[in-house]
Design a binder for this molecule. Structure first.
Ligand code: ATR
Length: 269
C-alpha cells in the first residue's frame, strides 16, 4: 500500500512541498503519496493526530505550528530540542518522533550547493524569532569564527544567543551594526512578508561577502535585491534551503537520500 505523508500549516495552499516530495519519490523509486493539510489554528494537535491515526506515516510542519509540533511529539531529536521547534514528525514503533531539518537544510544549501566555506567566517543572522532559532546551532556547527544575532528587539537576540551558550555567538540590536563587516548575512526576519527590509546599514557586507534570504518567492525578494545592490558576491534566496530541508525529512522517513539538484532546477523553471 502507498505510504501517506503530508505538510500541515496555515495557510498552506502555496506550499511547494507536495511537488518536491513527489519528485523525490519519482527519483528514488519510493511509493508515497504526499498531501497538503490546512491545519486549524485552534486544534493543530487534533488535525495532526487525525492524519496520523488514519494511516499517515509522517508530517512536515510549517508556520505557525512548529512549536506545537514540538509539544505533540513523544520524543525529540537533539536538533529539535535545541531548536525548540519541530518541522518533521515521524511515526515510529516507539511513538511519534519530532525532528528539525531546517538548520541542516540551510547549511547544506550554502555549503554543498553553493560552496560557501564557513571556516573562519563572520556571519550575521538577522532576526530572533522561530526561523532564526531553528538555524543557530547548525550554523555554529558548520564552523564559522563568529555569529552575530541582530534583532530589532535586542532583548530577543540576547535570549537567543544565551541559548546557544557559545563564545562564538553574540547579540545586539539592529541599530548597533554600524561599522561592522560580515562574510555572510542571513535574513531570518519576517520583514519580507510585506516586501520590507530590516533596517540595517548599507555597508555590512565584507568584500566577497554573500547574502542569503531564508524566504523564497517567484520574484527576487526584497533581501535578495538588497544583496545585489550592496555588492554581494552571491545574493541567494531560500529555495535551496526549502528543498534541502525536505530531502532531510524524506531521508528520515524513507531511509534513502533523494538528489536535490534536479528538484531545485525544476522549481526554478
Ligand atoms: P517567526 O517565528 O515566524 O520567525 P516571529 O517570532 O514573529 O516569527 O519573528 C519574526 C522576526 O522577524 C523577529 O525577529 C522580528 O523582530 P522583533 O523581534 O523585533 O519583532 C523580525 N521582524 C519582523 N518584521 C520586521 C521588520 N520590518 N524589520 C526588522 N525585523 C522584523
Amino acid at each position: 500500500m502507498t505510504d501517506r505523508y503530508a505538510v500541515i500549516g496555515n495557510p498552506i495552499e502555496h506550499s511547494l512541498s507536495p511537488r518536491i516530495h513527489q519528485r523525490f519519490a519519482e527519483l528514488t523509486g519510493e511509493d508515497i503519496a504526499y498531501l497538503r493539510l490546512l491545519g486549524s489554528t485552534d486544534d493543530f494537535a487534533g488535525d495532526a493526530r487525525h492524519f496520523l491515526d488514519t494511516g499517515g506515516k509522517g508530517l512536515n510542519v510549517t508556520v505557525p505550528f512548529k512549536e506545537q509540533a514540538f509539544t505533540l511529539a513523544d520524543d525529540l531529536s537533539t536538533r529539535a530540542r535545541r531548536a525548540g521547534a519541530v518541522n518533521t514528525l515521524i511515526v515510529t514503533d516507539q511513538g511519534l518522533r519530532g525532528d528539525n531539518t531546517d538548520g541542516i537544510g540551510l547549511v547544506r544549501d550554502l555549503r554543498d550547493n553553493h560552496g560557501f566555506d564557513f571556516t573562519g567566517r563572520r556571519v550575521l543572522l538577522l532576526g530572533a524569532g522561530g526561523a532564526a532559532r531553528g538555524v543557530v546551532r547548525p550554523l555554529l556547527d558548520a564552523g564559522p569564527r563568529h555569529i552575530v544575532i541582530a534583532n530589532r528587539t535586542a532583548s530577543k537576540a540576547d535570549a537567543l544567543a544565551a541559548r546557544a551558550d557559545s563564545a562564538r555567538v553574540s547579540a545586539r540590536g539592529l541599530d548597533k551594526l554600524e561599522g561592522e563587516r560580515f562574510d555572510l548575512i542571513i535574513n531570518a526576519t519576517a520583514a519580507g512578508l510585506t516586501d520590507a527590509l530590516p533596517d540595517i546599514p548599507d555597508t555590512l557586507l565584507a568584500k566577497g561577502g554573500w547574502s542569503y534570504d531564508m524566504m523564497y518567492a517567484s520574484e527576487p525578494t526584497a533581501f535578495v535585491r538588497w544583496g545585489r545592490t550592496r555588492g554581494a558576491s552571491k545574493a541567494l534566496d531560500g529555495l535551496g534551503m526549502l528543498v534541502e530541508q525536505a530531502a532531510e525529512s524524506f531521508c528520515l522517513w524513507r531511509g534513502t537520500r533523494p538528489p536535490t539538484g534536479p528538484v531545485i532546477a525544476m522549481l526554478k523553471e
